[in-house]
Design a binder for this molecule. Structure first.
Ligand code: CA
Length: 421
């Protein structure tokens, strides 16, 4: 086990019970305060550790870090140093924060630790490219049953390749950013012609995304065995969707305006290192996959996921509990498939899993499935009902892995839908 993951580690920074950010996590993000312009930091308990301060005051010497690498609006240049350096920085920060380490003076501790209540979290990376997969068998089966035929819910290719499409990078926003209800073309069931209006079926999609930390050459491919060396870490991801726009536009080339009006990601990039203890085997893949998609080892991760829906300022209520471990196709297979034709990847690419639905109705990862396309509305604590997302509703995704008293959390992925402009 990596020393930085050891369950017995404790920090001199107070970490409240149930915190997403114990010393075993140490995710990276970009934050600003009233006094600080955007810089890189690490989450610990209810504080953010300022990496620029640590770097400029020689606490990170010997790790081969270029000057100014943390004094930036995005983590791209840091991530571009590669998995080994990301690991080395996390290991060093772990050492500095250990309860029995006194390298940081009282003054240094005071300056380097910023209370979370005083920071604003920003986009962790400048998103270079965004790809969305469709890798949950339960989700693909539910959607196929609803929109096509329950007997042939999965299309013939689904168990042979991780289906995906290229999404839009420009409209990915960080947690806490409001989005307006999209407008577009929809074709009501009883109408002969399409109409242009605000979407009546705005939905969330519960997803986890990985962020890459390398540039590869056009023409080259990444194997399933190499894939994790290219992944900096994971974030929670809400791939907002307008189901009515989607249903009218998606044949033959897939989703377009139904998806690119906004996607929300959580601000803390949780490293694959921190998630190492939570590896689990994925579902058995039958029929057997082609050799370039075969893989060794446990490549799924046991990450508990929860979606809460909040009407206006009412108490948020849980509408779904799922788990990242349900994914049929794992990240290594996704990246191998994505590059098998020679497509190059870039630092700061976001690759989303696709909606993560579990086997039971309470674990479905979208309103489309939870309400079965509006047929079974969800009742809300304020007495109202929801078929889809209403104006003023906030969707909150949480995620954490937990074992032996260690909780590796992601923080929040939150977004509110405002009325159409
Ligand atoms: Ca999606």
């Amino acid at each position: 086990m990596m020393q930085a993951n050891h369950p017995s580690l404790k920090s001199w920074v107070e970490v409240p019970k149930g915190s997403d950010f114990p010393i075993q996590n140490l995710p990276f993000g970009i934050f600003k305060t009233k006094y600080l312009s955007p810089v890189a930091g690490v989450a610990i308990g209810q504080h953010v550790l300022d990496l620029v301060y640590l770097h400029e005051n020689a606490y990170l010497d010997g790790l081969g870090l270029p000057a100014g690498v943390f004094n930036q609006k995005y983590l791209n240049d840091f991530f571009a140093l590669g998995r080994k350096t990301i690991t080395a920085v996390r290991n060093r920060v772990s050492e500095l924060l250990r309860h029995d380490n006194d390298e940081m003076t009282a003054a240094a501790r005071e300056i380097a630790l910023v209370p979370m209540a005083e920071v604003q979290m920003l986009m962790p990376v400048r998103v270079s490219n965004y790809t969305d997969f469709y890798s949950s068998e339960e989700h693909a089966t539910n959607v196929g049953s609803m929109f096509r035929d329950p007997k042939n819910a999965l299309l013939p290719n689904w168990k042979h390749l991780p289906v995906g499409y290229h999404g839009r990078a420009s409209s990915i926003v960080v947690s806490g950013t409001d989005l307006h209800r999209p407008k577009g073309q929809i074709k009501p069931a009883d109408a002969e012609l399409p109409v242009y209006c605000p979407s009546r079926k705005v939905d969330f999609e519960l997803e986890v995304a990985f962020i890459t930390c390398t540039e590869t050459k056009l023409g080259s491919s990444i194997t399933t065995q190499q894939a994790e060396e290219h992944i900096a870490g994971l974030v929670l991801f809400n791939d907002w969707s307008a189901r009515d726009i989607q249903q009218w536009e998606y044949v033959p080339l897939g989703p377009f305006l139904s998806k690119n009006f906004g996607s929300t990601l959580s601000p803390w990039v949780v490293t694959l290192d921190a998630l190492e203890p939570f590896r689990v085997k994925g579902p058995e893949q039958l029929p057997h996959v082609l050799p370039y998609l075969s893989y060794e080892g446990a490549r799924n991760f046991d990450i508990q996921l929860e979606v809460l829906l909040q009407a206006g300022k009412a108490e948020p209520t849980t509408v779904s509990r799922s788990n990242f471990k349900y994914m049929y196709w794992n990240m290594c297979q996704q990246l191998a498939h994505h590059t098998v034709n020679g497509c190059n990847i870039q630092v700061g690419d976001v690759y989303a899993s696709g909606t993560i639905s579990g086997p039971s109705p309470g674990s479905y990862g979208s309103m489309l499935e939870l309400t079965w396309n509006g047929q079974k509305p969800l009742s809300m604590p304020d007495g109202t009902a929801r078929q889809f997302i209403e104006d003023g509703d906030t969707v909150l995704i949480k995620g954490f892995a937990e074992k032996e008293g260690v909780r590796i959390g992601f923080g929040e992925c939150k977004g509110r839908i405002l009325p159409a402009l």
